[in-house]
Design a protein. Sequence first.
Length: 129
Amino acid sequence: MLNNKLLNQLLALTPLEEQQRRNQTFIEDLPQAAFDSKEKSSRTLTNYFFKNQDIYLSKHNRFAAYPNHKHTFFEINYVLQGQAKEVIAGKTVTLNQGDLILLDIGTSHSIQALGENDLLINILFQIIT
């Protein structure tokens, strides 16, 4: 069972989530350095997240759909609470509480808007060669 204090912290609205809920539109929260500047035709996230670490964890922002993108690393999406719908390579997948999905390098996907009680955790893994 998840500690209630931690759960309440995760459910607390961030300023970005407040804006997205108010405007019902996606607001970019990543700097330009997080994107592959050579990839003009698609939104490709890079190893920007792995400064001095090989694993990066974050809570996915709620209230606005996340645009289609791909990345140069592995990603696990874990539904801590509620539900998340993703479109992966053109196919809609519904994830429920306790579900996780592994996204390979270069997998194109988007995430539909999460609701008030939906918590999606992103776990990113740097590929070391």
